[in-house]
Design a protein around this ligand. Structure first.
Ligand SMILES: [Zn+2]
Length: 450
């Protein structure tokens, strides 16, 4: 009847304030890897379904100290930069790009190097509970397809973009598309190759239109990418108002805000995800809402390069779509647990402010704090909404993308809310027992528990 049944207790976000706890439930999954039914312990069929699944060896029973969570959705990753995660974070954005990042990305002309880095990245993401990833590749299609093949091989849901960057004033000669025409041609070839690969592998692989950011692209390229996104009805990823320098650069070049320029080129759509947004104004956020464009909030990266804290609470309250991104390697960690923790910490610092020479009450932006429940929403449902994918929640109709996490024994009596909060703060990859994507087990922790 069901191809698999998971028995155990789960946590899933209802909205950005509320988490639903399913205690001692049966989660029933069909052949296509979709959740088709959730049965509570009190329902009459509970025992019967459980017993039938056990007899057919389709029952996956969680241990008493294990909890089921939705797999995380990471909405901002630069896949090639995994090779330098944790390096050079003391540099300015401009210096970091030119001295470290562009030279590294140019090495992905070498397929063997790409294979080594991408196989490591994909397995690391899964081992950290991430089951869906929105990723920038490089300008080289050969290595971009290697990334897609590795995602398909190990079972990660992957949305991947060929990075487009052709402006000779802002990109080095050794690492740029030859021209706008060449970049558009290569993007189109990548889209077709991804559709073929998706057919062959029967996995969730989606091509994404990817202007690196406005400073790297000529008007002709931006215009052409907007057209391609429309013609193929594809997701878009880029950066918007990501630092003081970048925000000002766009205003100097166009006499307009970054958000308005992206919109003018057809790049702010309901399928678009724009990273960082630390300098977005209320008007920009309003335009994002009108277009249903999502923000990829990358709290660790923003500490280094954002020059400000993204006002997550304000954006969510206004109705903006927000997901969570690790921003490898502007962020050093592949774990969305680390990013959830930083999202909460940064929001507290935004509330209080940090300069003790200013009077209390004048230092920060009141009411900016978010809870861990909100951070959990960003990492799951918020990301799924940003990508328009049926993932990120343990609900009927969603894909069976899960992580099973071991909870350390409680030292005091705690409510389920306390339990979830402790779990989200304390979990590391070693505590993740196994991970499932679309009903398939894609990661099994071999190391056991501490
Ligand atoms: Zn980025």
């Amino acid at each position: 009847m069901y191809s698999q049944v998971i028995a155990g207790t789960y946590f899933t976000s209802k909205d950005d304030q509320t988490v639903q706890v399913g205690e001692n439930m049966l989660i029933c999954i069909d052949e296509q890897g979709k959740i088709v039914r959730i049965i509570a312990h009190s329902e009459p069929e509970f025992q019967q379904v459980r017993q039938a699944a056990a007899e057919q060896h389709h029952l996956l029973e969680l241990a008493g100290n294990e909890r089921l969570l939705p797999g995380f959705v990471d909405v901002h990753i630069h896949a090639p930069q995994w090779a330098q995660a944790g390096l050079a974070l003391d540099r300015s954005l401009n210096d970091w790009l030119n001295t470290y990042t562009f030279p590294l990305e140019s090495r992905f002309a070498d397929d063997q190097f790409a294979l080594k880095v991408y196989a490591s990245l994909v397995q690391t993401l899964l081992a950290n509970g991430t089951t869906t990833a929105l990723m920038f590749g490089t300008i080289y299609n050969s290595s971009n397809l290697i990334l897609a093949q590795q995602a398909a091989k190990f079972g990660l849901r992957a949305l991947i973009g060929k990075v487009a960057m052709d402006d000779p004033t802002q990109t080095p000669e050794y690492y740029r598309d030859e021209s706008a025409t060449a970049a558009l041609q290569a993007t189109q070839e990548f889209i077709e190759a991804m559709f073929n690969l998706q057919q062959q592998t029967q996995t969730t692989l989606l091509p994404v239109i990817t202007p690196r950011f406005i400073p790297s692209c000529t008007n002709e390229l931006l215009h052409g990418l907007g057209e391609l996104a429309k013609r193929y009805d594809l997701p878009i990823q880029s950066h918007c108002s990501e630092s003081d320098w970048e925000d000002q650069y766009v205003q100097d070049r166009f006499g307009k805000r970054d958000a308005d320029v992206l919109d003018q080129f057809g790049l702010l759509t309901e399928q678009a995800v724009m990273a960082h947004g630390t300098q977005l104004t209320d008007e920009d956020l309003s335009l994002f809402r009108q277009r249903q464009t999502a923000v990829a909030h990358c709290p660790i990266s923003n500490v280094y390069f954002g020059n400000a804290v993204f006002p997550t609470r304000k954006a969510l309250q206004a109705g903006n779509q927000v997901g969570l991104g690790s921003d490898i390697s502007g962020g050093f960690s592949p774990s969305l647990y680390r990013n959830m923790q930083q999202a909460v910490m940064s929001s507290q610092m935004l509330t209080d402010g940090v300069n003790s020479e200013l009077a209390t009450g004048q230092r920060g932006v009141p009411d900016s704090r978010i809870s861990m429940k909100t951070a959990f929403y960003l990492a799951t449902k918020g990301g799924a909404q940003a990508l328009n994918l049926p993932v990120g929640a343990i609900e009927v109709g969603k894909q069976a993308d899960f992580q099973v996490v071991k909870l350390a024994p409680a030292l005091t009596t705690e409510s389920t809310d306390d339990e979830l909060e402790r779990l989200l703060y304390q979990t590391e990859s070693k505590d993740i027992s196994w991970v499932m994507v679309g009903g398939k087990r894609v990661y099994q922790n071999q190391k056991g528990h501490k």
